[in-house]
Design a protein around this ligand. Sequence first.
Ligand code: NOJ
Length: 557
Amino acid sequence: MTDALVIDTPDDQKTPAWWRQAAVYQIYPRSFADSNGDGLGDIPGILSRVDYLAELGIDAVWLSPFYPSALADGGYDVADYRNVDPRLGTLEDFDAMVAALHARGIRVVVDIVPNHTSDLHAWFQEALAAGRGSVARDRYIFREGTGPDGSEPPTDWVSVFGGSAWERVEDGQWYFHNFAVEQPDLNWDHPEVRADFLETLRFWSDRGVDGFRIDVAHMLTKDLSEPLPSRAELDAMPQDGRHPLIDRDDVHEIYAEWRRVFNEYDPPRTAVAEAWVSTPERRAKYASADGLGQAFNFDLLVADFDAAQFRSIISENLAQSQLSGSSTTWVLSNHDVTRHATRYGLPALNGRPVKQGTEWVEAGGPEEMLDREGGLRRANAATLLLLGLPGSAYLYQGEELGLHEVAEIAPEQRQDPGFFRGSEFDRLGRDGCRVPLPWTADGASFGFGSAVSHLPQPGWFAQYAADVEASDPASTLSFYRRALALRHELQTGETLEWIETGRADVLRFVRPNGWQVVTNFGTEPFALDGGDVVLSSGADAAASAPGETTVWIAPAA
Ligand code: NOJ
């Protein structure tokens, strides 16, 4: 029995577009490769690894911010949107990197951070100097405080990283920051703010950038008319397009304007929204063809390694992509979450920090709870399933090496503002997935490039080094290379058809090219019939798919 999913792609989107089923590799530049030995990865470092990226077989890279920044939030505090952080290189270095990637057929996506600037941005410095009531302050969100002398914040709102969402400045006014204190939110009602981002989009598009990843795309517009609601009132409001702070319908006016700019280029520039919104229907608005065009779907990233959860997420998202006409996206790891090998290595918790009694049990540790091998086996099975799906696959640097989260970072070496402000979302913070990559098993900082990397690398990185894995056909890197090379054959259509397996813990589907993907989430082998196994995420499979393994099967020749 089959349960067919028919994706009805609108006519105007039928032309093959490179991004619709692309494998996009996320580079966190400061932790990728360091060319000048200062401990920070940089743009020439990326240039030096273009061969590695080409051999990996990805279609595009997405670069997290490389702009001038004080690194209060890993570069998501941007001081100048149209430049390269001098510690990471120059605009000429950037151009050389784009040219080298393009020469290998790899597209380039850059990160745009429009909700907030750095407090070091010229606009914010001007706002501080200009004082209350000034035009310069109107580019941000300044308010008077409450209490008899205004020394209490305007509201009891809490920032994403913990603590008050308001910060007081010298003359007594307060400014709003959804994220770190050093990330003041912009006022998107201000025409100069709107105009300036259009200039930024043109600036990078003119330099040959192919697309943009839009940071917290759902938070830009706000309704801050008085009286402001309390935190409890805010939390109780539905996120239906009219919430004062989140996922407001009026944000799409901005993206319609951006789309007109993207379409001035040939081919049109692409964009993908980072939008943590309440329903797939709301997500579809960001992905529409007259908006950003695509939106991240984080559903698998928060799911357990579980057949039923995977199946319903896949079916729902493929069906929902009809709403926007876009292709869906799949993500298991990125720079904000515990690496999926580790999440799946703590099966009971799935890597999420939970309170046991009065103690927090953290993602990534303690070591005795982590099943390193099992976690990686399940991670590779999930990755091969993801790579077999219609839509775009977003991969995060280091997952191709099978890296685990680094739990053993001393508090004084940590950088994530969420760690220091006691974020309830992630108690250990996000540094553990941002540790510089191991390129070689020996040498200073495992070949990252400097004696001391900006986050400490653990000794166990040696066994995951790229040079070791490149020469081992059984390594995770070799597996990713084979999967990405074969994946192009699956991209003949954006559909799949489920095939019932008679087992609750085994998923099986067929793609338009006739290839089947079988994932055994359980531990008992699943007998295979017909076809040739072209790839297995685990031990060689022929007659059966072993437990916790995905196989791709091609029709028998
Ligand atoms: C989402 C980014 O992915 C995250 O790293 C950052 O901290 C916040 N947005 C704020 O820019």
